[in-house]
Design a protein. Structure first.
Lengths: 83, 429
């Protein structure tokens, strides 16, 4: 898979589920074309542990490849469309 | 008018409350489908909830999920079709069987090789469909794989008169339990036939050389025996006692038989170069019939001939005559000891494309299936000792091969035997 050109970063630190999921889904929907053409990937920064389960699960069902990285005091969830 | 509309009309504030409660309830339901917990009022108050439009977000997300599933389904269908095409196009037979040895799937090649037309195979036992048996064979590689969970590499197995080289591999579930086996088999019947022919040809060459050498060495002393015995008979006609004359006659007769065997051996070893010429096959056939006329009449055998006109082959007439003589003698000898009416030999000759085909058939006792493949072997005979050396048909086979033709035998015990000789047509044949 080729590397997406742009990172759309969504910082939702301080928010808890299900708002985290809602906001992430809203971003996935509004950037759908860009993401599906592999021009961008969505990177979500969250400090809510539950979101590392709910977001990847929903994004995977929508066809995105998901990776979760643990940073210093938050998690970074990256989503790329998988053709 | 719905209940909600009625409330809104009478008390708009109450209507809004119900509407928000309804939205929150439906959002929570959708969130539970998405695998997350419900919204709490502390987290999102009603105004923020309405602003966020969670139903709209989830609806669009579901649209993406459906698009992805549709896309996945299409890709799976394409992949499945491609896989099926490969599965069917490979030149080997592939079968997937479950732990009870029932067929789960098999490719077209497998069906083509071992399954009769219009036979449903899925769910049936593989040994029943592929081997025509009611239980698996002892050497079945699939049985071994299912029992041990290990693959079996290249085992040769005979199924429905065909030879296969088989490899079986186990199929296992997540716990490592054997759930079935994949059987890949290759038809090696033709390869085995070719190997057998090669062995036969090598054997024939060796026997031919040996027989030719021995025949050559025996020919001279036998000629002397025959010559001197004949001279003694002639010179001593008046002086020989009755017993002596009879004994000399036996010597001459036996020496002549010996000479015949030697001639046969020399023919078999093909030490005489064929003299090819364009000949009418019908002339040869009729000459053979005339030669055997007395024997045929003595045994009450009727000969039917159906010979197309103008069939020319490029052949050595003496050798081809020997072939038809041997074939017809074989038929005559097959009738020996048979006390029945309607004994008949038929000879048919036709042109088949670039070949002249002659069929010599009899309605004699036939040849048992288990020895049919051996009848062209040198020294193979079913006749009693002294009645034949078992060289006749191997000589025929050698002569026909020398003429770049073919000879085949078909037989049905109790109904008769048919030999088919095919020779390349001559210039005007």
């Amino acid at each position: 898979m080729r590397q997406a050109a742009e990172d759309i970063v969504l910082d939702i630190r301080g928010q808890i589920c299900p708002a985290c999921l809602m906001i992430t889904l809203r971003e996935l929907n509004s950037n759908k074309e860009k993401l599906k053409n592999e021009k961008a990937r969505l990177v979500v920064k969250t400090d809510h542990r539950d979101a590392t389960r709910t977001i990847p699960s929903a994004a995977f069902a929508m066809g995105y490849r998901v990776s979760v990285l643990q940073r210093d005091k938050y998690y970074e969830i990256a989503m790329e469309y998988e053709k | 008018m719905s209940g909600l509309e009625e409330i809104e009309k009478t008390d708009p504030r109450l209507g809004n409350e119900r509407l928000k409660r309804y939205i929150r309830e439906k959002v929570n339901h959708l969130l539970s489908v998405m695998g997350t917990k419900p919204l709490s009022r502390e987290e999102l108050d009603d105004n923020t909830l309405l602003e966020l439009d969670p139903i709209g977000i989830i609806a669009l997300s579901f649209e993406q999920i459906l698009e992805h599933q549709k896309d996945t389904n299409e890709r799976l269908t394409v992949a499945k079709d491609q896989l099926q095409a490969v599965f069917d196009a490979v030149g080997v037979c592939i079968s997937i069987i479950d732990e009870d040895m029932r067929i789960v799937n098999c490719n077209e090649k497998q069906k083509e090789m071992l399954v009769s037309a219009n036979t449903e195979v899925i769910g049936r036992h593989c040994y029943e469909i592929y081997c025509g048996k009611d239980s698996p064979s002892l050497d079945c590689p699939a049985v071994e794989t299912l029992a041990t969970g290990r693959p079996v590499f290249i085992r040769e197995v005979k199924k429905k008169n065909k030879h296969f080289q088989i490899v079986t591999s186990p199929m296992k579930d997540a716990e490592g339990r054997v759930t079935g086996a994949i059987e890949v088999s290759m038809d090696v019947t033709e390869k085995k036939k070719a190997e057998e022919l090669m062995r036969q040809a090598e054997k024939l060459t060796a026997i031919g050389l040996l027989a030719g050498g021995i025949a050559h060495e025996l020919n001279n002393p036998l000629g002397n025996i025959l010559g001197y015995a004949t001279l003694l008979l002639k010179d001593g006609e008046s002086g020989l006692g009755p017993g002596q004359k009879e004994k000399l006659e036996i010597i001459v007769e036996q020496a002549k038989k010996g000479s015949e065997i030697i001639r046969g051996l020399l023919d078999f070893s093909r030490q005489s170069v064929p003299a090819f010429q364009d000949i009418l096959i019908n002339d040869i056939i009729m000459k053979t019939v005339r030669t055997l006329q007395n024997r045929l009449a003595c045994q009450g055998i009727k000969v039917d001939t159906a010979l197309a006109d103008g069939l020319i082959v490029r052949a050595d007439p003496r050798k081809i005559e020997l072939v038809f003589l041997n074939l017809m003698l074989n038929s005559i000898q097959a009738f020996e000891g048979m006390d029945r009416k309607g004994k008949a030999i038929s000879v048919r000759a036709v042109r088949e494309g670039g070949l002249i085909q002659v069929k010599v058939a009899d309605n004699g006792p036939g040849i048992p299936e288990d020895i049919l493949s051996n009848i062209f072997d040198p020294f193979f005979t079913t006749k009693p000792v002294g009645k034949g050396a078992g060289l006749g048909l191997s000589i025929c086979s050698g002569v026909i091969r020398e003429h770049k033709g073919s000879i085949h035998a078909a037989s049905e015990p109790g109904k008769g035997t048919e030999f088919t000789v095919s020779l390349p047509a001559g210039v005007k044949g």
